[in-house]
Design a protein around this ligand. Structure first.
Ligand code: SF4
Length: 168
C-alpha cells in the first residue's frame, strides 16, 4: 500500500477548508458561510488574516478542524498546484473532490489508529482491504473520487467501526 501523508500541509494547499465547506453561526463559527464561498478572513494568497486569534474571534471550529492531508493532496496531485481562485470554471469540481478526499483521508487515519487495537485476524484483514481500497495504485481523479463516493465503501467502513466500539 502506498504511504500517504495524513497531516495537513497548509503552506502547500489552496485553503480548501476555508472555501469548500459550509459552516453555521454557533459557538464554533462567528457567522454563517455557504459551501464554495471563501471565508471572509481568507486572504488572496490563501492565508488567514485572524490565524493567531481564531478562538478569540469566534472560530474555535477552525482550530479543531483537521483535513488529514486531503487539502494539499487535492491541490497538488489532482489539480497540479492550481487554485480555485485562478480557475473559477474548475472550482466546483475542485471543491467536490476535496470533500470526498477528506473522507478518504479521515478514514485512512482512523484505520491506521485501528491497527493499534487488539483486533482478531479477520478484522486485521478487513482493515487492510479498506486501506487498499482507499489508496488505489492508480492516482485518484475527480471522476474516480465521485464514483467511489457512491460505491458504498464509506458506509461499509462506518459499519466496521461501529463493530469495533468495544475495542477502543
Ligand atoms: S485544507 Fe487542510 S492543508 Fe489545506 S488549509 Fe485546510 S487544513 Fe490546511
Amino acid at each position: 500500500m502506498r504511504k500517504i501523508k495524513l497531516e495537513p500541509d497548509c503552506e502547500n494547499c489552496a485553503a480548501y477548508c476555508c472555501v469548500a465547506l459550509a459552516f453555521d453561526q454557533s459557538n464554533m463559527f462567528a457567522y454563517d458561510k455557504k459551501a464554495a464561498e471563501p471565508c471572509k478572513h481568507l486572504t488572496k494568497d490563501h492565508a488567514c488574516n485572524i490565524h493567531e486569534q481564531l478562538t478569540d474571534k469566534g472560530f474555535a471550529g477552525c482550530v479543531r478542524y483537521n483535513c488529514f492531508g486531503a487539502g494539499q493532496r487535492v491541490t497538488n496531485e489532482l489539480f497540479a498546484g492550481k487554485s480555485w481562485r485562478d480557475h473559477p470554471n474548475e472550482a466546483q469540481k475542485m471543491f467536490d473532490a476535496y470533500r470526498v478526499m477528506h473522507n478518504v483521508h479521515e478514514f485512512l487515519a482512523m484505520l491506521e489508529a485501528a491497527r493499534k487495537l487488539k483486533l482478531d485476524s479477520v478484522q486485521i484483514k478487513q482493515v487492510e482491504v479498506f486501506q487498499n481500497e482507499l489508496s488505489p495504485a492508480s492516482a485518484w481523479t475527480p471522476a474516480t473520487l465521485a464514483a467511489f463516493q457512491s460505491s458504498g465503501v464509506f458506509d461499509e467502513i462506518r459499519f466496521f467501526f461501529r463493530g469495533l466500539s468495544d475495542r477502543a
